[in-house]
Design a binder for this molecule. Sequence first.
Ligand SMILES: Nc1nc2c(c(=O)[nH]1)N(C=O)[C@@H](CNc1ccc(C(=O)N[C@@H](CCC(=O)O)C(=O)O)cc1)CN2
Ligand SMILES: Nc1ncnc2c1ncn2[C@@H]1O[C@H](COP(=O)(O)OP(=O)(O)OP(=O)(O)O)[C@@H](O)[C@H]1O
Length: 189
Amino acid sequence: MKSISERRSQLRQQIRKTRQNLTALDQIRAAQTVTQKALNLVAERHAEHIAVYLSFDGEINTRPLTEALWAQHKNVYLPVLHPFCKGHMLFLHYTPETELIPNEFGIPEPRLNVKNILPIHRLDIIFTPLVAFDRQGNRLGMGGGFYDRTLQDWHHQHFIPVGLAHQCQQVDKLPTESWDIPLFDILVG
Ligand SMILES: Nc1nc2c(c(=O)[nH]1)N(C=O)[C@@H](CNc1ccc(C(=O)N[C@@H](CCC(=O)O)C(=O)O)cc1)CN2
Ligand SMILES: Nc1ncnc2c1ncn2[C@@H]1O[C@H](COP(=O)(O)OP(=O)(O)OP(=O)(O)O)[C@@H](O)[C@H]1O
């Protein structure tokens, strides 16, 4: 019998490969569907401060959503790896003028500037990347535990965490760890 962590890393590899193999047309359609669902949720929650992420590795493309949010004069934020608190993230204001520099994983992020940090408790929605999810709303990420740490205890906070995913990322039941807390919702494209 394989350990939970072995099963999680095997699943991570398998679904990342499937996701990377989606066609350009699949990607465009999925992003359109998810953008519409996300904008509906933003309106329903009267959300003003919204965290997104810059997509890579076949993740749902958040660019159309980001541009729609800017057009609605919403405040948009991106995760930035914490410079010395290993495994933690900060959320920085993101505008079309924001200068981006690649982090240690090659994902572009805003240059760290204390003036642009928004404390997590002021966010209304955190749109969350994920590799795999199940019907219960559990998520499996890239394996760094970054979002796990940010989202722990979210029921006692103001924001809601909402995953964005392709249909092919759904599994029957994820092998979960003690720190996994189901998301508020997962929008599927
Ligand atoms: N778009 C996006 N941004 C994000 C995340 C994400 O999942 N998606 N993260 C969500 O947590 C954080 C970054 N987490 C990551 C964790 C591992 C790897 C990665 O590529 N790992 C390599 C091996 C490790 C290495 O190169 O040091 C791999 O798996 O091949 C990338 C991002 C913050 N920003
Ligand atoms: N709430 C937490 N507090 C402390 N450590 C944690 C927490 N959540 C996860 N970790 C640590 O982070 C590591 C990676 O966790 P896991 O495999 O669940 O990441 P993931 O959900 O795939 O990644 P991510 O959240 O970055 O997308 C684990 O080995 C675990 O020790």
